[in-house]
Design a protein around this ligand. Structure first.
Ligand SMILES: Cc1cc2nc3c(=O)[nH]c(=O)nc-3n(C[C@H](O)[C@H](O)[C@H](O)COP(=O)(O)OP(=O)(O)OC[C@H]3O[C@@H](n4cnc5c(N)ncnc54)[C@H](O)[C@@H]3O)c2cc1C
Length: 323
């Protein structure tokens, strides 16, 4: 029998679960607060000085250790970068989730704030995502409702999942409380001339955890000089609540330490704060499924802080739903 299933989150975990359930004939609807799918597989587009710039400001590259994920990356048209073992989306990282989502129904720009109803007939209350502020109460405006759904799958960082879950599955909530991520301040900067630096940097014990010439990836505009600079967890935590405007300058100054010559000033630099980046405490199980409540959880937080782990977690959760 085709079951109506709601998936909250159109990142790799949600997409992977959706594909497995749809392949078995279930009626899946994905909800995501973002304008498009992908979650932390993300590309920011910025116009500055009359130029259209783009930056993969979330996941930098994808590694496939399993045949399943390798097949998915091939289907999504990824290309090797910066070496044969690592792959990126072309012409942007966000092209990967878009390709893998395909025609799966996805309700975008909607923040799911509450799950109401009862097992087997869950309803989702969702709001215009632009009206929802992280850590603040849900908007006063009336939500839209969707459902009933035979099962609900949450596929986002654990803290966000707990906010949506409420009291609907206490055993899940206890397990979710054990998952912990480090945050990551990320600077996107564009220059008028090439920087005298290699395409990628991964220093140890430095303010910067990773920096890359994003415009050197395959399928990008190679005339541009676009950089993504990610702070390490310690630096990010020490500066976590600073306004975004205060972040670019110190991280660009830190980049100078890798160059023999002074670096030119960028003509555009902005910062993005990821509250959930490197996984520090994984769940240690492939997914969570409460068969009585018919609510489940999948994400990279289950097995490992990388895209492939999110993909595998989503597939594992779909297998539980199908039992
Ligand atoms: C800065 C950074 C660098 C990284 N670098 C790499 C890398 O190089 N290689 C690698 O393999 N991995 C990397 N990762 C990790 C990788 O991005 C993740 O493991 C993977 O994308 C997680 O997928 P997911 O589906 O579990 O979660 P997400 O991608 O976070 O998807 C969750 C989705 O849920 C949505 N959502 C959340 N709450 C709600 C709600 N209430 N209502 C509706 N929608 C909601 C979000 O909008 C999001 O789209 C990086 C991550 C970050 C942040």
């Amino acid at each position: 029998m085709a079951l109506p299933v709601a998936i909250i989150g159109a990142g790799l975990a949600g997409i992977s679960a959706a594909r497995a359930l749809m392949a078995r004939g279930h009626a899946v609807t994905i909800f995501d607060k973002g304008r498009g799918p992908g979650g932390r597989l993300a590309t920011r587009r910025i116009e500055a000085e009359g130029r259209k710039l783009q930056f993969d400001h979330g996941a930098q590259y994808l590694r496939a250790e399993s045949a399943d994920f390798a097949t998915a990356l091939a289907e999504a048209g990824t290309a090797p970068w910066p070496d044969a073992a690592r792959r990126v989306g072309v012409p942007s990282m966000s092209a990967v989730p878009r390709a893998l989502l395909g025609e799966i129904p996805c309700v975008a720009s909607r923040h799911v704030g509450q799950i109401t109803g009862h097992p087997g007939a869950w309803m989702l209350r969702h709001w215009d995502a632009r009206l929802v502020r992280p850590g603040k109460p849900l908007p006063d405006t009336a939500p839209e409702e969707a459902g009933p759904f035979a099962a609900v799958l949450l596929t986002m960082p654990a803290t966000q999942a707990r906010e949506v879950l409420g009291q609907n599955a206490p055993s899940l909530d206890d397990a979710l409380a054990t998952i912990r991520y480090a945050p990551c301040w990320t600077v996107m900067a564009s220059f008028n001339a090439p920087l005298p630096l290699p395409d990628t940097l991964r220093p140890e014990a430095h303010a910067i955890g990773w920096a890359a010439r994003d415009s050197a990836k395959p399928g990008r505009d190679a005339r541009q000089e676009n950089w993504v600079i990610q702070a390490g967890p310690a630096w990010t935590r020490a500066h976590l609540e600073l306004p975004a405007e205060a972040i670019a300058q110190p991280l660009l100054a830190a980049l100078v330490s890798f160059s023999a010559a002074p670096l030119p000033a960028p003509f555009m630099a902005v910062a993005h704060r990821w509250r959930y980046s490197l996984l520090e405490a994984p769940l240690g199980e492939a997914c969570l499924w409460d068969g009585a409540a018919r609510i489940g959880y999948a994400s990279d937080g289950c097995i490992g802080g990388r895209a492939e782990a999110a993909w595998q977690s989503g597939a594992a959760l779909a297998a539980q739903v199908l039992v």
